[in-house]
Design a protein around this ligand. Sequence first.
Ligand SMILES: *Cc1c(COP(=O)(O)O)cnc(C)c1O
Length: 955
Amino acid sequence: MTDRPTLDDLSAGVPFANRHIGLAAVDQAKMLSTLGYASVDALLSAAVPASIWLDEALNLPAAGTEAGVTAELREYAARNRPMAQMIGLGYYDTVTPPVIRRNVLENPSWYTAYTPYQPEISQGRLEALLTFQTMIEDLTGLPIANASLLDESTAAAEAMTLCRRASKAPKEAAFLVDKDVLPQTRAVVGTRADGLGISVVDADLSQGLPDGHFFGVLLQYPGASGVVRDFEAITATAHERGALVAMAADLLGLTLLRSPGETGADIAVGTSQRFGVPLMYGGPHAGYMSVRDGLQRMLPGRLVGVSKDVDGGPAYRLALQTREQHIRREKATSNICTAQVLLAVIAAFYATWHGPEGLRLIAERTHRYAAVLAAGLRAAGFTVVHESFFDTIQVRTPEAARIVAAAADRGINLRLAGDDLIGIACDETTTADRLREVWAAFGVSDVDIEALDTATADGLPEHLLRTSSYLRHDVFHQHRSETSMMRYLRGLAAKDYGLDRGMIPLGSCTMKLNAAAEMEPISWPEFAGIHPFVPPEQARGYAALIDDLETWLAEATGYDAVSLQPNAGAQGELAGLLAIRAYHDANGGTHRDVCLIPSSAHGTNAASAVMAGMKVVVVRCDDDGNVDLDHLRTTLDQHRDDVAALMITYPSTHGVYEATVADVCAAVHDAGGQVYVDGANLNALLGVAKPGRFGGDVSHLNLHKTFCIPHGGGGPGVGPVAAREHLAPYLPGHPIEPRPGADTVGPVAAAPYGSAGILPISWAYLRLMGPDGLRNATGSAVLAANYLARRLSAHYPVLYTGAGGLVAHECILDLRPITKTTGVTVDDVAKRLIDYGFHAPTMSFPVAGTLMVEPTESENLGELDRFVAAMIAIRAEIDRVGAGHWPADDNPLGNAPHTAATLAEDWTHPYDRQRAVFPPGVTAATKYWPPVRRIDGAYGDRNLVCSCPPPEDFA
Ligand SMILES: *Cc1c(COP(=O)(O)O)cnc(C)c1O
């Protein structure tokens, strides 16, 4: 016997947790000694209240190796069966151009970036989003588009509420939905309408507008059946009767068909999926919305606009930010926060790559295949239902089920649209061989495709053919060669600051590592190529992965059931609140409609409550930032009979573990209310405490924070909702894939499993970390936050702390006293951090005039110390301004960020160039150069421009 390691030991290699967690053991020891704790556990037990402390380890599989976990994922992938997907219904096969897949989808410069709230370091993705908006505006023929929504169906639901706000129709007016709207869209619209008390009327609008009062009308163009109808007359009648018209339109179809704007529509919505974004079993994909002039200030979601920097050069930033809905809390009209930026960027680049001619060619080819397919079936005696279509045809035959099965045997999914009805959708990937296979499934052989092609007319109605041009801007014409495209993408990425450059210490956002091993599976065809409405036997791998993930998340949170459907945190909130309402309804509490929300809460909480039809009552916080228990008790007394829920974030958005959380939950339960624990901050809890155990009835989690799905510059996301047993029956359902027992609450997303395509990322994270790794991650995140708080507290007051003077996973630095005495603002510090090579912490949330810092477990001590040094150096600069050494209107802080171009100007500042661009700790070798100087947001809001500016502006 020797001490030689066994083969097992040798094979284990470096645990993945050591790759994910940036802090080596020696670093942790140094940091602990700074804080005066003997171990991470000692630190945790001092910070976390004993009342919520978890004694047992999480019951999750032990950590796997990267190779082992990849092999397991391969095995799951092999259980999925990618087919030729001709189901349609808003999801189509598409080719992601390899130059975009490799340089964008699989490139951390793009996928690790944050929402562009700091526009000076986000010009690349802002330009891409402006291209997206320009593309949507052009194709839909409407002047203002936003920078993406969550999917087509939620976009339609947002259109409904926009119509309600903009229409002068009487209060009792209903929302009218055409019968050819996509079934999943009808269902999501229904869920939203129920929440808000809006009545929805279904009608066949090819028969004209029914009697009654309507504030809005929803049309599908082309319809779910594939038919292309002329909506001009119906739109005119709707307008005469005081209703707005929203058209859900297919972007590829719009390259050939008259646009919604030209037809008179007020709003266009849809998905950009088929512009190069794989099917992903339903998502993530970027939904879109564009509106006519006059509605732009009511637009939900984010809007990119053109403004200028202090040098007068054009610069992009989010426009009308005060209008950004969730920030308005209970006054919000939408709860969209995380959207689908990465996918919108991909769709925009797809249009950039193909240009208008290329897109038109793809559309014409798609249409011609559909036309020839229809002609072949007609010639064989089959009934093709509609004369006018773009890409989808319907065939009426008593043999429908048998034919769909025969096609499946040939590797093709058709849609069984009724007992005697088959839907077949052509797309970018359709070929002549594919048509032969489809015909064969119908028992049709020996078709002469060439002859049929020559003999068959188009199926597009003459009077609906598009005559207006689109995508005329240079950006859609300049990058036809791959060399040019590659350089264009590189040039944009070079302007941006992502996790591939340095730390992004954004409080409340958890910008941790998105490991390559977690990311790789999402582009495997067995995950990427699955249509969301395939029969279950083709998605067994997904089913297994989803089942694991639901089980593991339930275990990690202490809840009984999990739904992965919500495709952002705020959608999880909505689903959770709808569950609470349905529960009260079923238990004689229909009148309970008050939602208590602490003043410190994230803005989406109040916005979601309003969308669930609840009244928001704000509960105050005390001087320590905790929920004011006395005020809570008085408020509960006032609303004892009508309180539906309390929404509480834990740890609080103030970054502390509130000791009284169990009391807060108990008080709400005593009053007959349910407790919603906002679980977006789970990075401070995993393996340490479970919200489902300390009083929560339901929570949402943000897989794009704690569970490693990258932020993508503002999306995608997954916001699972987790609930205790009594709320489980009220988790979101779906018409296409009904969940047993769930029939009272409809879907909150278009696809049954929302953004299913990115679930392998979180699955891999949990599987790679294991229970010990996850707990270590929590401990390391809390250690890092406390280390920063301690190191910085002498220079910037830390606003709130809990037991032992400790914070949780983030800390708020209070700049207000400093601003008062020196005039230097949080903005100045945030912009100056750019010169030091950092992304600013979260600014002015949840407290105005403060910075909220969240380092996460993924940063190493060197990077934390670099940040500390930068903040201390900035503090010294602030003091120089305060002391009058530098004038208030000409100093390195107020002038930040400094660009390379400023160096070439006449230098008149009272500090030198060295100080400007190479402050302490910054070297020429590692320098990040911002492409623009400070951006004037107000200028852009007064002169709203939301499409690509002419290239001359950049001369
Ligand atoms: C991020 C966050 C949300 C919203 O999540 P989205 O995915 O952006 O909708 C809600 N609550 C808290 C506390 C958050 O940090």
